[in-house]
Design a protein around this ligand. Sequence first.
Ligand code: ZN
Length: 74
Amino acid sequence: MPIFEYACKSCGNEFETLVRSGSAPDCPSCSSTDLEKKLSVFATAAPAAESAPSAAGACGTCGHPGGPGACAFN
Ligand SMILES: [Zn+2]
């Protein structure tokens, strides 16, 4: 969900707000909707490491992080 940063043209207040599609943000200070969008950042930057497989887990016998059976090679 995107976070947008706005500057209120009525009172000069600057704020960030989550914007859902279909709803217009308003100034939390004066409730004006006369806003200038300054920039947008994303609340959650998707971590690229999430695609790394981790389902194997540690060896159930010894806890070796190499996975099941890894301790057999020691
Ligand atoms: Zn305002």
